[in-house]
Design a protein around this ligand. Sequence first.
Ligand code: F6R
Length: 262
Amino acid sequence: MEIVIVRDAAEAGRVAALKIASVVERKPEAVLGLATGSSPTGIYASLAARVQAGELDFSRASGFALDEYVGIPLEHPESYASVIRRDVVEPLGMDPDRVRVPDGRADDIEAAAVEYDEAIAAAGGIDIQILGIGANGHIGFNEPTSSFASRTRIKTLAPQTRADNARFFDDPSQVPTHCMTQGLGTILDAHEVVLVAVGSSKASAVAGMVEGPLSAMCPGSALQLHQHATIVVDEEAAALLTLADYYRYTYANKPAWQRFEH
Ligand code: F6R
């Protein structure tokens, strides 16, 4: 894992966006893995600004969302289909026909989940997967004790996750109890991943993910098995990392050919 410690949320979004931009510049038809929630908003804002400036073009890229709630209508403003359209597809100028979100409304949820993984594979796999991490260590909605081999499937949201996401709904009781999420195995298949975590509420999950043992109790620790994972954290989210100085030193001494900062 490469750990990049930055000043604040805005800087985290800017730095992580450089990773996405370099993939799309190299491969305009790249397949992006799209997270929702607060963590990636800085990434999307930074990329959208570059699209507006005419520096980046996502019109040939395609995307697969990480997850979707089960039990809310497609047109609900907080369905991830709505969020992805509003926060990603429109500002980045992506082709809506090339962007998929798991179908949390399918009559046969299990079949829809299997088909989602097949569609990712048929697209050639995800070139770069954007991730956040939950305070309990989840990535996607793979809650603690999720199998490292799991594929896209229905999951029950942990009470803490429902409480954390209540801010997006009028009333906490409206947060769905179930979701469809890419599995940890699905996420590990992505060619590259970039995860953003900001704020002190993420410090313990970040420490577990980066320095803790490989454990299904901290699903993010599965990323220790990924060969190309970049973790961008602000100072608060990095607060419990015992090797923080080493990560700063490593980043400061990256050879020019390896740098992704422009
Ligand atoms: C979102 C997702 C989740 C979030 C996580 C952190 O698609 O899969 O894993 O990344 O819950 O959420 P925020 O970023 O809102 O703190």
